[in-house]
Design a binder for this molecule. Sequence first.
Ligand code: GDP
Ligand code: CA
Length: 313
Amino acid sequence: MQITVLAGGVGGARFLQGLRAAFPDDQITVIGNTADDIWLHGLKVCPDLDTIMYTLGGGIDTARGWGRDQETYSVLEELGIYGVPPLWFTLGDRDIATHLVRTQMLAAGFGLDVVTEALCKRWNPGVHLLPMTNERVETHVVVDLPEGRSAIHFQQWWVQMQAGIPAREFRYVGIDEAAPAPGVLEAIAGADVVVLPPSNPVVSIGPIVTVPGIREALTRTPAPVVGVSGIVGGRPLKGMADKCLATIGVPATAAGVAGHYGPRADGGLLDAWVHESGDEPPAGFPKSLATATIMTDQQAAANLAEQTVRFVL
Ligand code: GDP
Ligand code: CA
């Protein structure tokens, strides 16, 4: 079976860990969000691809859910002593090695898809990890700063400001000129099932489905497309997805997010929706499943992934 998953970082990676455990003999292709990518100190950083690669490859800091395990911060400390900003984005020494390899390969002319494949040779994530696009796309956030309205990089809003000021608008800069990375459309068209895991609907799934051609591929694939809610009891389980949803006028509820994606029969993205037991089922969906969606450990993630796939097959 071919299972294709559109994923952001932490929520996507934890779901994928469960999916790989539940379907060890099946081919899993991941279309990863690259709109969180940022250039820092001359290095190309791809936080969501790395979170997936490290999580599935056994190199993640499990307590945080992102970054390398047993990490040290000598380089960042030295940059601080030089007084060279930005210093708000946590770049660990081990993590920097990944960004050095990536940046050198990009400079040598390889596409991000090829670079990601090369990095995955070391990590053996057990899934085929593809960037959504090889082109540069960055989510920028329109905010009101003391000096006036400005568009800042998503990471500056999310990491440095901790989403502490309202986002007026999200812009996926560069997306109109972007094309799906090689293999992305084929992975959707040739899937037996497509999953939107509990990744941030606005800044993780949003950019992926806005890359020209991807939404059309999803609406056309013969495979069922199923989404899993990252909102439980009216709150994101981790992170600040509620603040992103407020910006686009979507209620921070499981049913609100389902409605935002929409049923495929009405021109939306999904055939089915999985949400936490006790949360309101979505309106207008042919299929929905109420179950335990909190991935407290790998077994819970595997149970969720198995139910998600089985109920649409
Ligand atoms: P990011 O790129 O690291 O922000 O990660 P994602 O976009 O992949 O996922 C973030 C979303 O995952 C958040 O909205 C969380 O609510 C959701 N999430 C995290 N852990 C869980 C969990 O155990 N269960 C569910 N259902 N959602 C989760
Ligand atoms: Ca992310």
